[in-house]
Design a protein around this ligand. Structure first.
Ligand SMILES: [Zn+2]
Length: 97
């Protein structure tokens, strides 16, 4: 009976679909963050958009990214988690009177 192999095939398709969602759909439509980074060379701040766990590099490097400063174009390592600013929700101003 070769029919016993069918559940494995379904599982493979499910994993493949999950893989596609993780690789292509989440980076575009999923949550992403903005980090306010400060260049150690020229002391200028710039925003960096990133997606948590979207790329293999982010899984290996975790919270650190080697980026080129848009102003002086020097490479530096930034801790993007510590400087993270949430962009998914607009900042709500709590005004209690
Ligand atoms: Zn710079």
């Amino acid at each position: 009976m070769s029919l016993t192999a069918e559940p494995l095939g379904v599982l493979f398709v499910a994993v493949a679909i999950g893989f596609v969602v993780l690789l292509f759909l989440l980076p575009r439509y999923g949550p992403h963050y903005t980090s306010k980074l400060l260049c150690p060379s020229c002391r200028k701040s710039f925003n960096f958009h990133w997606i948590p766990g979207a790329s293999i590099a982010s899984l290996v490097q975790r919270n650190y990214r080697v980026l080129k400063c848009p102003y002086c174009h020097k490479k530096a390592t930034f801790d993007i988690a510590a400087t993270r600013v949430r962009t998914a929700k607009p900042a709500k101003k709590k005004e209690k009177t």
